[in-house]
Design a protein around this ligand. Structure first.
Ligand code: PXL
Length: 269
């Protein structure tokens, strides 16, 4: 019997430590029973504490990974992770140009938990000019939102201002993670969608094992969208997925360990 399955393509960097990047995306999608395809932009060598090497894939390889998958599979939802530099972004844009009706979700990863650069400073303007306008959703944290807008989010009004500016730059929907909150027991995210602000609050867990949290959240949102949920529902469900992952995070390595991406065990009990 023919079985239909939701599909997602993630275009991102490989994390040899397995907790972030392409690995986090694919594990997350698998857990949601979404079929994940991947196009790798860079191969990073890393553990829970450090990135020791970043190897850029050749432009032709990136182009072919994307176009070969999209030419055969009916994929609408695409997640963008680590894009590293202007050359890589140009390659991705040119590959995507051949396809229509794509919904692109971009996690504008700039700096890793270990403090390493995942998007060159000199390439941020290109990201704003060329990637932002093609996005259905962008999911910056406060640091990334500040880099994009040039503002500093200190209070609620700054957050709203930042959401509106990023939307003006061309992203259809904007989710700023960890929005301003006096209550440090909570993690609050704010979504600007169709001129409405939606707040999503979740418990903040006291753990250092949060490597790959951003990748996991945006991959989950992309997966839920591919499954047919609307954006607000997808964000709500993804926050729950991430919360569970942090609550059950894994102590692997001496630095920031990864989330629990295993298929949710409850289902089988
Ligand atoms: O979490 C951001 C991120 C994205 N992509 C890759 C990473 C990281 C963080 O370490 O390594 C490849």
């Amino acid at each position: 019997m023919a079985r239909k399955v939701p599909l997602v393509l993630t275009i991102a960097g490989s994390d040899s430590g397995g907790g972030a990047g392409i690995q986090a995306d694919l594990k997350t999608l698998n857990s949601l029973e979404v079929f994940g395809c991947s196009a790798i932009t860079c191969v990073t060598a890393q553990n829970s504490r450090e990135i020791t090497n970043i190897f850029k894939l050749p432009n032709l390889s990136i182009n072919k990974q994307i176009t070969t998958v999209l030419r055969d599979f009916k994929i609408k939802y695409i997640k963008l992770g680590m894009l590293y530099d202007t050359e890589t972004m140009k390659t991705v844009l040119s590959a995507l140009q051949n396809f229509s009706n794509l919904k692109i979700i971009s996690d504008p990863v700039m700096i890793s938990k270990s403090g390493d650069s995942l998007l060159k400073d000199s390439s941020i303007n290109f990201y704003i000019k060329k990637i932002l306008p093609i996005c259905y959703l962008i999911t910056p944290n406060i640091h990334e939102a500040n880099r994009i807008t040039g503002l500093k989010i200190l209070k609620y009004a700054d957050l709203i201002n930042s959401l509106n500016i990023i939307k003006k730059y061309g992203a259809k929907n904007v989710l700023i993670k960890g929005g301003h909150s006096k209550d440090t027991n909570k993690s609050e995210d704010y979504l600007l969608s169709q001129n409405k602000i939606h707040k999503f609050a979740s418990k903040r867990y006291d753990t250092k094992n949060t490597h790959g949290t951003g990748c996991t959240l945006s991959a989950a949102i992309t997966g839920y969208l591919a499954k047919g949920f609307n954006l607000v529902e997808s964000v709500r469900k993804s926050k729950k997925f991430v919360s569970y992952g942090i609550k059950n995070s894994l102590s692997i390595g001496k630095g920031h360990g990864p989330l629990d991406h295993f298929p949710r065990r409850k289902k089988y009990e």
